[in-house]
Design a protein around this ligand. Structure first.
Ligand code: ADP
Ligand code: MG
Length: 324
């Protein structure tokens, strides 16, 4: 891989559990990954597995409990999120949120919303900031006539474009997208996804794309990381992971994509994210292939397939064609 734009090392985020003294919820647990310039990394997994927490950590919106977040060679993890918010690097890492209605200020026009980061982060004066607003509005296909409107006067798709324009305004190098189309009508989703894919190619943006829609991730990403209960269960080139899933959890996820043959159902209880036993595989309680070893030695992510395809399973199934 080229010199990474972003390198995350052993990143964890734990939350105290209210009413249970000393108990910790492990939202993100010991995650390491890299994103190359211009690369698109997908982040998938069931609801509650830690995708949004990891996305917010990468965008430095929340502080990690442990680990390093190295962006262009500088460790950002040690900086408090509030201090990072005022640094020039803030503009280089931008995030698009799941629900544009929640993330847009109802009292701001589209122009106000997009202009704000230009003034705060772009170091632009008012006139230059307005010019930048016009530029990004055109890039995302937002007609100039809509810029004076407030969020309630815009459709879902238009609000999504405002959110994307706001993120692009300070010329980021890394764009974090947390289920950017989940709140949109199905008919609008495809249009916005195509827009995002075009923008990322045209602008050479690196993206971290969080989604539970595996089909979309397969089409729009170069590499994918599959998360299960705060940890990465499998990671590798998207083509390889979707064609030859090595981890039993990924195999079940992929089997749920229509047209992928018989669906693998997951039985058993999901392990609690609160103080999970460190020596046990998180997926053991639902795994059809579970062995004695899985309950005494937690598996770590190890490479086995082609192109740095890796899985955290003692009994990962590496397809011969995919083996390194
Ligand atoms: P996903 O985006 O994959 O659905 P999240 O990152 O939102 O998952 O959540 C991961 C886990 O962390 C969940 O168990 C969730 O309840 C917990 N969690 C997320 N944010 C907080 C928070 N601010 N305080 C306490 N627990 C949280
Ligand atoms: Mg989420």
């Amino acid at each position: 891989m080229a010199e990474p734009l972003l390198a995350v090392e052993r990143l964890s985020k734990r939350y105290p559990v209210t009413g249970r003294r000393g108990a910790l919820l492990h939202a993100v647990d010991d995650v390491s990954l890299e994103v190359a310039p211009g690369e698109s990394l997908g982040l998938v997994g069931e609801s509650g597995c830690g995708k949004s927490t990891l996305a917010r950590l990468l965008a430095r919106l929340i502080d990690p409990s442990e680990g390093r977040i190295v962006f262009e060679g500088q460790d950002l993890a040690a900086l408090p999120a509030q201090r990072f918010a005022r640094m020039p690097q803030r503009g280089a890492i931008q995030m698009v949120f799941q629900d544009p209605t929640d993330s847009l200020n109802p009292r701001y026009t589209a122009r106000d919303t997009i202009r704000e980061p230009c003034l705060l982060l772009g170091g632009l004066g008012r006139a230059a900031a307005d010019q930048r607003v016009d530029e990004v509005a055109a890039q995302v296909g937002l007609p100039a006539a809509l810029l004076s409107r407030f969020p309630h006067q815009l459709s879902g798709g238009q609000k999504a474009r405002v959110g994307i324009a706001r993120a692009l305004a300070p010329r980021p190098k890394l764009l974090i997208l947390d289920e950017p189309t989940a709140a949109l009508d199905v008919s609008v989703q495809a249009v916005v996804l195509q827009l995002l894919d075009r923008l990322r190619r045209e602008l050479g943006l690196a993206t971290v794309f969080v989604s539970h829609d595996l089909n979309v991730v397969r089409l729009l990403t170069d590499r994918v990381a599959v998360m299960y209960l705060g940890k990465i269960a499998e990671m590798g080139p998207s083509a390889s992971v979707f064609a030859h899933p090595a981890h039993p959890y990924t195999q079940a996820l992929v089997s749920a994509i229509p047209g992928q043959g018989p669906r693998i159902r997951l039985d058993g209880e999901v392990q609690s994210p609160i103080d999970p036993p460190p020596q046990v595989c998180r997926f053991a309680s639902r795994c059809a292939a579970v062995q004695e070893r899985c309950r005494s030695v937690a598996p770590t992510l190890h490479a086995g397939g082609a192109g740095a395809h890796a899985a955290a399973c003692h009994f990962a199934r590496w397809t011969l064609g995919a083996a390194a």
